[in-house]
Design a protein. Structure first.
Length: 103
């Protein structure tokens, strides 16, 4: 709360309640062609995971069809999705990365 002094009276202004911005899950999706080692490398490089955590997420992608790579604000999530898709395409892999609002 801000307080300003005007003459001899005190004026208090209330800050409006602002909801935090929505956050988004970034998910990697399973396919039958992208090598498991490539998925691990993507998780290490773009999501800063250690080898053990990246392997666990890769196995989740492989066994369940999707795996959580991270949770970010919208602009960061969009950037991560773009980076992964571009990197996979440049290495001729069909790996898909998507984002969805975290509820």
């Amino acid at each position: 709360m801000a307080t300003r002094h005007q003459d001899e009276s005190v004026v208090q202004t209330e800050r409006p309640a602002i909801a935090p911005p929505p956050i988004y899950k970034v998910l990697l999706l399973n396919d039958d062609f992208t090598p498991m080692e490539f998925v691990i490398y993507v998780l290490e490089r773009f999501f800063l995971m250690g080898r053990e955590q990246a392997t666990a997420v890769m196995l989740k992608v492989h066994n369940e069809g999707a795996g959580l790579a991270g949770i970010y604000p919208r602009d960061v999530a969009e950037t991560k999705v773009h980076q992964v898709r571009e990197f996979a395409r440049n290495h001729q892999h069909p790996l898909q990365c998507v984002m969805e609002e975290d509820k």
